[in-house]
Design a protein around this ligand. Structure first.
Ligand SMILES: [Zn+2]
Length: 424
């Protein structure tokens, strides 16, 4: 890709000037990013994966130190003789006023009885100028089964930034780094929080709130908010208030969710009483439940309002059936005779007779079947046109032991509905 503007031209020029990675950084990466193992067979015969020498280990510990090369090893019971592992790691340096994150792929091959074989290849570089503008120089990607396939023979040059570049660069950073004056001034020095280093640098240059958190060494907050900018807009004021009270949530995700719930409940999210709670999980669940109830009430009110609009029609069309009560020795079945009765029936039986506006169906008479003490059993829909029951449902739309009996009882009395209809 040809540089399209002055910024990209400067990146392309500086890209030519970087020196190879220092052996110390590679040594660090080998020590810290790849797995070091001792091959163990027959219970105690061990072979160091790093130096290839043999020793005996009968203990039960998961980790041991090689008596020859002193490397800490994970004891692995295996008969395989070869292991290959590839990991990304990165370094950060300063070049011509740019902050540069260089991403390397480190490959380690452990062969039983041989010295650990490692090599690394640079994959891409993420460039950031002092205004927070980013560009990438990279080897050419090849399209294949894996997203992160690169052509190792291509040059590291200016290319279009893709999500793959962002993903692979979210890796461990060599702790001895140097960066630009602006980033040092904004808090990037010493230990880095556990988040994407270039995303962090970008945020430090463009968002003074992240800078404040970084300078206060509040790494947990930095880690969360660099990847959740939207939350930061809502939670910045509450965050400052909580900090002043020396309150630190165990989990920023949960805390931000709670702040959001409080806001929706109409509570003051600048009040320490609400935002500095010890048992965050309990608080979160409490407000969530409140909102769920609020929403349920609001939905119900809306439905009631809709129902009221049908009320006049309902009485005009259905009042003539209201007196009908069908019963036998155990069951009584009566016509629902008001919108409120529909609401109560739907709520008690946990089905949709009210929500689906059965009161407004011109062809349907809805009846409630209950026992002689008034306990609801099933809700019945009778079709005037068909002259028979079309459905009968118990709680949560289940069928009860009385199901067939109820249907038969109503069907046997169908003539009463037809009579009532013709008298109108
Ligand atoms: Zn060794």
């Amino acid at each position: 890709m040809k540089p399209r503007n002055r910024f990209e031209k400067a990146v392309a020029t500086s890209n030519m000037k970087l020196s190879p990675i220092s052996p110390k950084a590679v040594e660090w990466a080998v020590r810290n990013t790849v797995k070091h193992i001792a091959f163990r067979t027959s219970g105690h015969k061990c072979t160091c994966g790093d130096c290839g020498l043999k020793f005996d280990y009968k203990g039960k510990g998961k980790y041991i130190r090689c008596p020859y090369c002193r490397q800490k090893l994970e004891v692995t019971d295996t008969l395989t003789r070869k292991r290959k592992e590839s990991v990304y790691f990165s370094t950060i340096e300063r070049a011509d006023g740019f902050h540069v994150q260089r991403v390397f792929l480190l490959t380690a091959v452990t062969r039983k009885g041989k010295k650990l074989d490692v090599w690394q290849i640079e994959v891409c570089r993420l460039w950031l100028n002092k205004d927070g503008k980013t560009a990438v120089t990279s080897r050419k990607r090849v399209l294949g089964h894996y997203m992160d396939s690169f052509n190792w023979f291509s040059d590291i040059e200016l290319r279009n930034m893709t999500n793959v570049h962002w993903v692979i660069s979210g890796c461990l950073v060599y702790p001895h780094y140097s960066t630009t004056r602006e980033l040092r001034r904004n808090g990037m020095s010493g230990r880095l929080p556990d988040c994407h280093p270039t995303r962090l640098a970008e945020a430090l240059l463009t968002d003074s709130r992240i800078e404040t958190m970084m300078k206060a060494k509040d790494y947990k907050a930095v880690e969360y908010f660099t990847t959740h900018e939207m939350e930061l807009d809502r939670c910045w004021q509450p965050y400052k208030i909580a900090k002043r009270r020396r309150y630190e949530p165990e989990d920023y995700g949960l805390w931000c969710d709670t702040v959001r719930l409080l806001d929706r409940c109409g509570h003051d999210i600048r009040s320490a009483k609400y935002i500095c709670q010890k048992d965050l999980m309990a608080e979160h669940d409490r407000w969530l439940e409140k909102i769920t109830r609020m929403e349920e009430r609001r939905r119900l009110a809306e439905q009631m309002e809709r129902a009221k609009r049908h009320e006049e029609d309902f009485y005009r069309e259905k009042a003539r059936f209201f007196g009908i009560v069908i019963s036998d020795s155990d069951i009584e079945i009566s016509v629902l005779d008001s919108i409120e009765a529909f609401r109560a029936e739907g709520e008690a039986m946990k089905h949709c007779v009210f929500k689906c506006e059965y009161y407004a169906k011109p062809d349907s008479i809805i009846l409630s079947a209950h026992d002689l003490s008034g306990t609801r059993i099933e809700t019945v829909e009778f079709s005037i046109k068909q002259g028979k029951v079309v459905q009968s449902r118990g709680i949560c739309n289940s069928n009860t032991e009385f199901h067939d009996r109820i249907i038969k009882l109503v069907n046997d009395n169908a003539y009463r509905f037809l009579e009532a209809k013709s008298t109108a």
